[in-house]
Design a protein around this ligand. Structure first.
Ligand SMILES: Nc1ncnc2c1ncn2[C@@H]1O[C@H](COP(=O)(O)OP(=O)(O)OP(=O)(O)O)[C@@H](O)[C@H]1O
Length: 279
């Protein structure tokens, strides 16, 4: 952070010195259930910000809306100084905002290299144009393959280049998800549970990749349930509960925040069917 995060008041909606993403009044409801109701949120450029909260807090829904994979019922948001409310995912990717997805069954049937190449094809317009201009098309294909190979080497997946993605281990899949997101040279990446299903040996390597991205100037925002991971690498933590942001701040301050403790205990209380379960 250009300003020391410790100097910012740890309050929901606090203004950041150089926000790359700014969200106002975002509401997403499913029938009568308000899944997301965010009054104001700013994500500071060049930081690792994690989004935490109990199950059903609205984290994935917020990610889906901001990355153009779901619509909001209300609200405005801007990315890198440009209003992008309601903009589709492929257009956001071109502007530099991408999110990762868990590998689908279809992608598992493609090779690692083809997965990477497919991730570069957000630019429909250019591809149509280049199909009409073969030399341009060839050059673009070569550039895409070169970029894919650089990233595969960086993430130590180069030896798996021609293997089917479905044969990768849990940790290698997470590396591929991250590598795919970087194909479009993003400014900001939204990572969906980057550590889920990863064995401890690869966890350190994944954490290292995430901090490297931040150190290179990218903004990283991720949803994660593993609190050791959150506390270990986040510059800033945002906590949601029942669709709202209930706390944000540096990791330690958030961990000790009564609103956060309440959110987690409250959800356990609900899961316990009303019994007082404060473990
Ligand atoms: N497509 C949908 N249709 C109906 N309800 C939905 C839909 N998607 C999410 N919800 C509901 O919205 C609320 C927020 O869900 P969301 O998945 O965003 O929470 P989350 O914080 O990501 O939870 P988790 O940590 O369990 O993934 C939940 O009550 C969920 O059941």
């Amino acid at each position: 952070m250009s300003a020391d995060p410790a100097t910012l008041p740890p309050e929901p909606g606090v203004a950041k010195p150089d926000p790359v993403l700014v969200v106002d009044d975002l509401v997403r409801a499913f029938g009568g259930l308000v899944a997301v109701d965010v009054e104001h949120l700013e994500i500071q450029r060049g930081t690792i910000t994690s989004l935490i909260g109990p199950n059903g807090a609205g984290k994935s829904t917020l990610f889906n809306v901001l990355s153009g994979f779901d619509r909001a019922d209300r609200g405005r948001w801007s990315f890198d100084g440009t209003p992008v409310t309601g903009r589709a995912a492929h257009r956001l990717a071109r502007q530099g905002l991408v999110r990762t997805f868990q590998l689908t069954r279809t992608l598992s049937r493609l090779t690692v290299l083809d997965n990477m190449k497919l991730a570069a094809t957000g630019q429909r317009g250019e591809r149509l144009l280049s199909a009409l201009l073969p030399p341009l098309w060839l050059r673009q294909e070569r550039d895409i393959e070169r970029r894919a190979d650089e990233l595969l080497e960086r993430f130590r997946l180069d030896r798996m280049r021609t293997e089917y993605a479905g044969t990768l281990s849990g940790g290698q899949r997470k590396l591929l998800e991250m590598a795919r997101a970087l194909m479009v040279h993003p400014t900001m990446v939204l990572l969906d549970e980057p550590m889920a299903g990863v064995n401890p040996a690869l966890t350190q390597s994944l954490l290292g990749h995430i901090t490297d991205l931040r150190d290179e100037g990218l903004t990283v925002c991720f949803v994660e349930h593993d609190m050791d991971v959150v506390m270990g690498i986040s510059d800033w933590v945002v906590c949601m509960a029942e669709g709202r942001i209930v706390a944000e701040g540096p990791p330690r301050a958030v961990a000790e925040n009564p609103a956060v403790i309440d959110a987690y205990l409250g959800s356990r209380h609900d899961e316990a069917g009303g019994e007082d379960d404060a473990r």
